[in-house]
Design a protein around this ligand. Structure first.
Ligand code: SAH
Length: 216
């Protein structure tokens, strides 16, 4: 299997064809070797139009979802971005070529260890990662220009809004444990937020202090 050809086809048929226009997002999706972020036995399925299991009952998102969420952040290259839910590390790797610095938090140590090995192997030196409950953010590195949550939340964690710059946006799936809607939430000068609805989606649960409880 030629992964470069498969990746190009993925970008054309799943991402550009569905309306993603941000050149920098398209370039990043063409560049990052998604097949390295899935389980080895599934490498041949890495460029398919779907999410895939990555172990620990978690998933790597569908390529289109990654591209759409990345585009919704409206990054120009100078930003400090926080991601909650490192998982495979794929979304963080995409963000690493769209922003100045990426901070990413994962609660499951085994996934974090795997992702860290990939960041090192691919020399993605502008990614910082820690193992923690990301629903409380990363206070010592705040404020962030943009925040992305890649697990389904019952509501918008208030700590994340506190750690976002005025004018910055938070992209987050909010809903129940099965189905969510993707939102872009912009923090306004008067302290309120403007919510914009995007597509329906289905993420694994955001588990933590401002998320779901583990056994819920
Ligand atoms: N962005 C990932 C998607 C992984 S799925 C990728 O590109 O592969 C969502 C991840 O969020 C899972 O790995 C899950 O363990 C993690 N997660 C869930 N709740 C979390 C929390 N409160 N803090 C940090 N990570 C969390």
């Amino acid at each position: 299997m030629n992964f470069d050809i498969a990746r190009k086809k993925m970008v054309e048929t799943q991402i550009v064809a569905r309306g993603v226009k941000d050149r920098r997002v398209i370039e990043a999706m063409l560049k990052v070797p998604r097949h390295l972020f899935v389980q080895e036995a599934m490498a041949a399925q890495a460029y398919g139009d779907n999410s895939l299991p990555i172990g620990e009952k978690q998933t790597i998102s569908q390529p289109y979802t990654v591209a759409l969420m990345s585009e919704m952040l409206q990054l120009t290259g100078s930003e400090s971005v926080l991601e909650i839910g490192t998982g495979s590390g794929y979304q963080a790797a995409i963000l690493a070529s769209l922003a100045r610095r990426v901070y990413t938090i994962e609660r499951i140590p085994a996934l974090a260890a795997k992702a860290r090995r990939l960041f090192d192997a691919l020399a993605l030196t502008n990614i910082s990662m820690k193992i923690d409950d990301g629903t409380v953010g990363w206070a010592s590195e705040a404020l962030f220009d943009a925040i992305i949550v890649t697990a389904g939340a019952p509501d918008i964690p208030s700590a994340l809004l506190d750690q976002l710059v005025v004018g910055g946006c938070l992209v987050i799936p909010v809903g129940d444990k099965q189905d969510q809607v993707l939102y872009r939430v912009r923090k306004l000068e008067d302290g309120t937020v403007a919510r914009e609805k995007s597509i329906p989606c289905r993420f694994v649960k955001l588990i933590g202090r401002e998320g779901w409880s583990e056994d819920q």
